[in-house]
Design a protein around this ligand. Structure first.
Ligand SMILES: [Zn+2]
Length: 359
């Protein structure tokens, strides 16, 4: 299976050209108007970070988590405001509970993880344009200032002075390339393989590298930090929905039962304590096929959540909506405006394959 980075490197051109062609031919506008007649589905956009990276070669964290630049995000939200009906996930759930029909062009904007650029850059644009959104945050990271574990792993591989990468649990022992692009591809390959392990083994691998390379995870990286509770309270008070993304960003399907339940319960309790409103929605950390299963879905429902997002690419047919495994459309840095428009209009053709997108 190709990694996310390799896929991005190989395939953006085709989708940019396809998006441009559809846009120039007027096909997108026509399809946008007519699609709702034949296909009634809910589209949920998935973002991680909104950040303008001046020089990707000098960016020391995971570039694949940067969904778009600040200007790109503004243009995307302007398009949503003009042609779609943006809703928060909580509004969608309320409508479904009441047996109401969703608008034909319903789109939900979601963010995973809780990076502070969500507050600095995305929030003011959303507020100005009046676009509702749902922010899923890992509550244990809020106010810690610490980079997220997977992002720190990428950072270590990009920046270490060591010459070799050795991760016995993955059977990996190989020289570290000098060239940064090659290191990024290696880091992505390591991440993909790491996510197949159970959570304790994943955390042990990362801790082992931190110790071996003398690179303990510390706060104070301006390019990679979570939001604080004060920022979340401001966004919540402005009407934005804050949902759970677990406590420690652990893959729920790879946890023992008690720890799975604790992640679901404690993140919900923390959000209620800090924001004064119980969280009713969650996105499963990482969110791909290995990140949640039937047991996770049952535990999520039992913990009181009313809807849950996966990170599997697709849209949600309203007649058979699976509220505890909602498909999403990941927004990626390589998408230009035409591609973004085409993805929303023709998600079946222009979205990413789900196996390569995880959050
Ligand atoms: Zn995540």
């Amino acid at each position: 299976m190709v990694s996310r980075s390799e896929w991005n490197e190989l395939h953006p051109g085709m989708r940019v050209r396809l998006g441009g062609l559809c846009q120039r031919s007027g096909l997108l506008r026509l399809l946008h108007r007519t699609r709702g007649w034949v296909r009634r589905d809910l589209r949920v956009l998935a973002y991680h970070r909104v950040l303008s990276v001046a020089d990707p070669d000098r960016f020391d964290f995971d570039l694949d988590l940067v969904s778009t630049s600040v200007d790109g995000f503004r243009r995307q939200m302007q398009l949503l405001g003009r042609r779609f009906h943006p809703m928060s996930l909580g509004q969608v759930v309320a409508a479904l509970e009441a047996g109401q029909q969703l608008p034909a062009q319903a789109v939900v904007v979601t963010f995973d993880d809780g990076y502070d650029d969500n507050h600095r850059f995305a929030f003011p644009i959303l507020r100005e344009l009046g676009i509702p959104a749902t922010f899923f945050v890992s509550t244990g990271h809020i106010d810690s200032g610490l980079p997220y574990a997977y992002d720190w792993l990428v950072h270590m591989i990009l920046c270490t002075q060591a010459r070799e990468l050795a991760i016995p649990a993955l059977g990996l022992a190989e020289p570290l390339p000098i060239e940064r692009r090659a290191r990024r591809l290696l880091a992505q390959r390591v991440l993909d393989r790491l996510k197949a392990l159970d959570v304790a083994a994943q955390e042990a691998c990362i801790a082992r590298l931190e110790a071996a390379w003398g690179m303990p995870r510390v706060a104070g990286h301006p390019d990679c930090r979570p939001m604080g509770w004060a920022q979340l309270r401001e966004m919540h008070a402005a009407g934005f929905e804050i949902g759970s993304h677990g406590v420690h960003h652990r893959m729920l399907a790879k946890l023992p039962r008690e720890e799975l339940e604790a992640e679901l319960r404690e993140s919900r309790t923390a959000l209620e304590r800090e924001l004064g409103t119980p969280a009713t929605t969650i996105s499963y950390p990482v969110g791909g096929v290995g990140a949640f299963d039937d047991e996770v879905v049952r535990a999520t429902r039992d913990a009181g959540y009313q809807a849950a997002c996966s990170y599997i690419c697709g849209t949600n047919p309203l007649r058979a909506i699976n509220r505890y495994a909602l498909y999403r459309l990941p927004v990626e840095r390589h998408m230009d405006a035409n591609w973004f428009t085409a993805m929303l209009t023709l998600p079946e053709l222009v979205g990413y394959p789900s196996s390569n997108r995880e959050g």
